[in-house]
Every structure is written in structure tokens, then in C-alpha cells.
Design a protein around this ligand. Structure first.
Ligand code: ADP
Ligand code: MG
Length: 392
């Protein structure tokens, strides 16, 4: 039987949940004593005291891990970590994983020890940072074969890397029967709802920097959203491209090229009307803009938000982001939120827990994907989803 997760271009026409169920790990007939390679997402920031800071990201692996363990699978997790303070190694974090995931986790130092582990242990394990192997980011076929050795199934539960053509994401999926974990399914389902052809009242709020990842989303949403509310550096970029004055504000040098083809005068683009200015730079949206954005948020029924409205790391320029976050949480709309800095802004304001508490209501979705979320929302083909049959 041909396995398919979903067809991207069918998102607006079919029941998304049903469609995604086609390729659920629930469909694996028998997991008992099977060796399962689970691509997890533990790229978390670590505090000065060695504490995991983004616990929500770790906890999001629990549902899939629990399911596999409950069904008798022998699970080895693979993931990467970029935090330098722990030497890009999971070694010191394993006790915290025990607590957050509710399982004793065996630590496997190198891929060479994997075979020995599979022979001698059955409990869940974690291989150290997969990016320590040069074959990972090169998507080396031999490395993918080495990774797959001894396993019966591969499960991808790391949406945040699905836009990467890496061995642990796309390469190994070609070596084993492969499935999407619950987290990947949930991301695709919820972000799919954001992509769905516009219902009235859908707004995209876009801020932050990194024009190369954001402008494709703006372009893709011009016909999918009622309006696109802009702040942050990305608003400066558009202003500059329109020939308006941005003084010494931060801009992205590649923006003008990236903006080619976007109707810069579209009435759907809602630009800031005023700013908080410092050192001749626009560093936050101003009071009039906050009030206009708040009104638009109140009248929407779906909000997709990525990117802070200003340089929120400095207390003097956090107000715009905080006010937008407050208006979003107060609104009745479906809320889809993502972005590393967007989430750390919410955390800084003490608002992340409030958003998280609404997840169960089905009205809030917090994406674990930064770049991956933006690639998905831009309509790009993602290698990690492609190997799972998503675009067939
Ligand atoms: P996310 O990770 O949520 O996608 P980005 O990484 O794109 O967000 O952007 C976040 C960064 O943009 C923050 O460090 C913030 O300080 C910066 N930023 C936002 N607005 C401005 C501005 N007006 N001027 C300078 N930097 C800004
Ligand atoms: Mg960021």
C-alpha cells in the first residue's frame, strides 16, 4: 500500500486530520520488541546554571515516546543541540530529560556504540548530538545506512528540522519504513489550517528580522489573509523598499531583492503608523500602531503570529510586542504562534504559560518550528516531509 501523509494542495479540500491519520505511527501493526529510531527535537537553550530553558520543546516529545514505549518498542532518540555552554552535547542534560520525559534515558555517546546498545538494552536511549557526525549535515548516504543499522522503523518527530536535508531527517527515512510522529502530525495539521484558503478574518502578524525567511511567507499569505500586520525590521525593509524614510533603522540588505514581485502598496499590508525612536532608529512600534493592531486583532478569527514588533530584549522597546501578545491572548481567535524569539519574548513577559494553558482548548497552537514553520507557511517543499510522502 502506498503510504501518504497528505497532499499539500489538498489541504483546503479534505479533512486534514483524516488525511494525516493515513500515515500515523498508530498504523504500525506491531511495535513489540521492534527497534525504533526516533528523530527528536532537543535543540534547546541552556541557562548559565545548566538548566534546560525551553522545557516546552522537550515535553512535546513525550506523547510519541510514551506511545512507542507503551507498545513495547525499543527506542533510540537522535537529535542535535547547538548550545555551546554544554559543549553541544546532551551528556550533562540526561537527568533533566528523565524528569521532563518521565522515562529513564540511557545515554549513547557515539554511533559506534549503537549496535551494542540495541543488543543489550531495551529502554529508551538518546544518542549524543547527531551533528557531531560529519555525515549528518552532508546527508551522506553511508552515514544514513549506518544510522539505520539494526532498526525496524524510523519516526520523525522533529518538525523544526523538516526543512533540512540532513541524514537524520531525510537520508535515514529512505533506509527504513518511516512515519511521522505525533508532533510532526500536529504541526502539519495546525499549520495546514493557517495555510487553508482564507476564511474571513484571518490575519498574519509578522515582525522580527531575517527577511529571507519572512518575505516568502508574506508573499504566500497575500491572498490567504485579510491583512498582514507588520512590525520589526521586516516593516523597515518594506518601508525602505517603498522609498520611505527609515533613518538609521536596522534593515536587511537582501530585502529589496527578496521583495521583488510583492505588491508593496497592497492595502492588505498594514504598516506601522508610528514608532518608538532611539538613536535615529525605529526600535518599536508606537502607541497609534499598537491601538490599530489591537483593534484588528480583536476583529479577527484566526491569527498567525511570528516575530517581535521591536527590539524587545531591551525593556524600553518591548511594549509593542507585549501589547500585541496581550491583544492576541485576549482575543477569541484561533492563534498559531511560532518563532524562537517570539516565544522567548512571551517567556520574558511571563506570558508563555498563559498561552500554553490555552493549548488544550484547541484555540492556541505553539509551533516548535522557527525556520521550519516559516518554510511551511511559505509553501516550500520540505525534505523531511517529502520523504514521508507528504507531497505525493
Ligand atoms: P523569530 O525568532 O521570532 O522568528 P526573528 O529572529 O526574526 O524572530 O527576529 C527577532 C529579532 O529581531 C530580535 O532579536 C529583535 O530584537 C529584533 N528586532 C525586532 N524589531 C527590531 C527593530 N525595529 N530594530 C532592531 N531589531 C529588531
Ligand atoms: Mg529568531
Amino acid at each position: 500500500m502506498k503510504r501518504r501523509l497528505c497532499q499539500l494542495n489538498c489541504l483546503s479540500k479534505v479533512n486534514l486530520i483524516e488525511c494525516i491519520d493515513m500515515r500515523s505511527i498508530r498504523d504500525i501493526p506491531n511495535l513489540k520488541d521492534k527497534n525504533v529510531l526516533l528523530r527528536a527535537d532537543f535543540d534547546i537553550p541552556i541557562s548559565d546554571k545548566g538548566q534546560i530553558e525551553e522545557v516546552f520543546r522537550v515535553k512535546k516529545q513525550k506523547e510519541t515516546l510514551d506511545y512507542l514505549v507503551e507498545h513495547g518498542a525499543h527506542v533510540v532518540m537522535i537529535a542535535h543541540i547547538s548550545d555551546e555552554s554544554v559543549g553541544r552535547s546532551f551528556a550533562s542534560l540526561v537527568p533533566q530529560f528523565h524528569i521532563l520525559l518521565g522515562h529513564e534515558i540511557v545515554f549513547i555517546k557515539t554511533i559506534e556504540e549503537m549496535g551494542d546498545h540495541l543488543e543489550n538494552y531495551s529502554g529508551p536511549a538518546l544518542l549524543d548530538n547527531i551533528r557531531q557526525n560529519t555525515g549528518e549535515e552532508n546527508n551522506d548516504e553511508e552515514f544514513s545506512k549506518q544510522l539505520a543499522q539494526g532498526f525496524d522503523y524510523y519516526i520523525n518527530n522533529a518538525f523544526a528540522v523538516c526543512h533540512r536535508n540532513h541524514a537524520s531527517v531525510s537520508g535515514v527515512a529512505k533506509q527504513l519504513p518511516s512515519y511521522a510522529g505525533f508532533l510532526v502530525q500536529s504541526e502539519v495539521s495546525n499549520l495546514g489550517k493557517a495555510m487553508d484558503i482564507a476564511g474571513k478574518g484571518k490575519i498574519l502578524i509578522m515582525g522580527g528580522a531575517k527577511a529571507s525567511t519572512k518575505i516568502p511567507v508574506i508573499k504566500n499569505f497575500l491572498d490567504k489573509a485579510d491583512s498582514i500586520l507588520l512590525g520589526g525590521v521586516i516593516a523597515n525593509d518594506i518601508m525602505k523598499a517603498r522609498g520611505e524614510n527609515v533613518d538609521d533603522s536596522v534593515v536587511d540588505n537582501n530585502a529589496s531583492e527578496l521583495l521583488t514581485g510583492l505588491d508593496l502598496r497592497s492595502p492588505k499590508l498594514v504598516m506601522p503608523e508610528d514608532y518608538k525612536k532611539h538613536d535615529n532608529k525605529f526600535l518599536d512600534i508606537g502607541a497609534k500602531t499598537i491601538s490599530n493592531f489591537t483593534e484588528k486583532i480583536k476583529n479577527s478569527n484566526m491569527i498567525i503570529w511570528n516575530g517581535p514588533m521591536g527590539m524587545f530584549e531591551d525593556d524600553r522597546f518591548e511594549e509593542g510586542t507585549r501589547a500585541v501578545a496581550e491583544a492576541i491572548i485576549e482575543s477569541d481567535a484561533i492563534k498559531i504562534i511560532g518563532g524562537g524569539d517570539t516565544i522567548s519574548a512571551l517567556d520574558r513577559f511571563g506570558m508563555l504559560a498563559r498561552f500554553e494553558s490555552l493549548v488544550g482548548s484547541g484555540k492556541v497552537f505553539i509551533s516548535t518550528g522557527g525556520g521550519a514553520m516559516l518554510a511551511f507557511l511559505a509553501g516550500e517543499e520540505m525534505p523531511g516531509l517529502k520523504v514521508l510522502g507528504f507531497y505525493e
